[in-house]
Write a protein that binds this ligand. Structure first.
Ligand code: GDP
Length: 305
């Protein structure tokens, strides 16, 4: 299972947790919980989330519901799955347009190099397999090769590409694409790419907010999803990114990429805990097939084998 192998680095570190739990002593509860906390931090849990998980464990011990190391491990998994499920909501549900004449619009955001373009290709394939007709929108007008790269994915997945004259601003590109897609009448899904880097982060956020409002100006029910692509190899950096994008753009879901490598997925638990945004998909490779619906249970099982 590729998701499981993807968290192998995390797993190595967490065999230390097994050690701690093997030595589990109720009379040394404080020490054990301290060690457990250190272990969670070392696999990129944010301090707040780690503290919250440990508080729950302490309560369960005090209520007599945890008596052994094995109990503790089970409770730990349950607590984390609960964060992913309750705070994140049902990851398998993608928001869709409830008006037949209006396509579903998915705005994709995230920093350069995180896997945004590849993810759009994967999503295009996913929607195509579900029988949907997809239009891609080359909204990253800043990076020279972005549109060509996107075109390659459109060709591979049978999506059509919205075209704008050169030097059209991203907001106008997106407005025109939505207008075109609605007029065409047979487009089911719009996948809108965006810039992942500008001169400054402030410029970037301004541009993205502008793109979103241009889309809204043409069709107020759009975008139906704002998906944030996060690189699974960046550890707790992803928490800062999620905060910044999340506060300004109303992110509705996360796609966690590169879980097939030496990724440490642990940080995403803090993202979900803090931002209350569900992880919807994970990327597990570079081809269009390498997209999986996020499964909290198997994700956590892979973290704590
Ligand atoms: P963008 O700059 O955000 O559009 O990122 P790209 O889509 O161009 O991806 C950057 C690099 O990461 C490329 O080499 C991709 O092939 C690679 N990549 C993207 N997603 C994944 C993934 O899930 N797994 C692996 N191993 N590589 C990925």
């Amino acid at each position: 299972d590729r998701v499981i192998s993807g968290t192998s680095k995390t797993r190595e570190k967490l065999s230390y947790m097994d050690e701690i739990l093997g030595l589990w002593r109720l009379e040394d509860l404080d020490d054990t919980l301290d060690d457990l906390e250190e272990t969670l931090l070392s696999v990129d849990f944010g301090p707040k989330t780690a503290g919250k998980v440990l508080d729950t464990i302490r309560e369960l011990v005090e209520d007599g519901k945890i008596k052994t190391g094995e109990d503790c491990k089970r409770a730990l998994k349950e607590t984390i799955v609960n964060i992913l499920v309750n705070d994140g909501g049902d990851p398998t549900k993608m928001n869709v347009s409830d008006d037949e004449k209006i396509p579903t619009c998915v705005l994709i955001i995230g920093v350069n190099g995180g896997g945004k373009t590849t993810t759009i290709g994967k999503l295009s394939n996913w929607y195509k397999n579900a029988g949907a007709k997809v239009m891609m929108v080359p909204g990253d007008t800043f990076r020279a090769a972005a549109a060509e790269q996107l075109q390659t994915w459109a060709d591979r997945t049978g999506a059509i590409m919205s075209k704008s004259p050169p030097n059209t601003k991203p907001g106008a590109v997106s407005y025109k694409a939505v207008d075109e897609a609605i007029a065409m009448g047979d487009i089911d899904v719009i996948l809108a790419d965006t810039s992942g880097r500008l001169h400054t982060n402030l410029d970037l956020m301004d541009e993205l907010v502008g793109v979103k409002s241009s889309i809204k100006k043409r069709e107020p029910s759009m975008p139906h999803e704002v998906l944030l692509v996060l690189d699974g190899t960046t550890g707790l950096n992803m928490l800062n990114q999620a905060r910044e994008f999340g506060q300004q753009l109303g992110v509705t879901g996360i796609i966690l990429t590169k879980l097939d490598g030496t990724a440490r997925g642990g940080a995403v638990i803090s993202v979900v805990d803090e931002m209350k945004i569900p992880v919807k998909f994970v990327g597990v490779g570079e081809t269009m097939e390498d997209l999986q619906v996020f499964e909290p249970l198997s994700f956590v099982d892979a973290l704590f084998p």
